[in-house]
Design a binder for this molecule. Structure first.
Ligand code: NI
Length: 139
């Protein structure tokens, strides 16, 4: 386990009050954990800017169930990038729409390429990628 060091930070009272209100609303019981999470988030974001960083991502796609060939193309994409696909799940949203959630693991640049290829397929109405580092470099 890494060593802990105490630090003092000077903050404007109003800024601190707004921060306390924010983290209380999020459910934090103390400032320390909230500040640690903020630092981890910033470090993770910085690493995500580098294409070679290892990351995990959830790709969310809402698409037209009646779009012919789309399902096969999505599966083809996953097969052609087999090492990066951890899992995928399918939800029937209504008569017309389906949600596919595909979890990818790999280098940021490769994940973004695959996710973009999926988002651009004809029949995909909405897409969103939630990407983060694997956390291996964070304590
Ligand atoms: Ni469906």
């Amino acid at each position: 386990m890494s060593q802990t060091e105490r630090v003092g930070v000077s903050l404007d009272k109003k800024l601190l009050s707004m921060f306390d209100e924010l983290i209380a609303g999020q459910g934090y019981s103390n400032r320390s954990e909230a500040i640690r999470d903020l630092i981890r988030d910033r470090l993770s974001e910085q690493r995500l800017a580098k294409p070679a960083t290892r990351a995990v991502a959830g790709v969310f796609l809402v698409y037209d169930h009646h779009s012919t060939e789309l399902s096969a193309k999505l599966i083809d994409l996953q097969h052609s990038h087999l090492l990066q696909v951890i899992a995928s799940t399918h939800v029937h949203l209504d008569h017309h729409n389906c949600l596919e959630v595909i979890i990818l693991k790999g280098k940021v640049g490769e994940i973004e390429k695959v996710a973009n290829n999926m988002a651009c397929l004809k029949g995909v109405k909405l897409s969103r990628v939630n990407i983060m580092t694997t956390g291996e470099h964070l304590t």
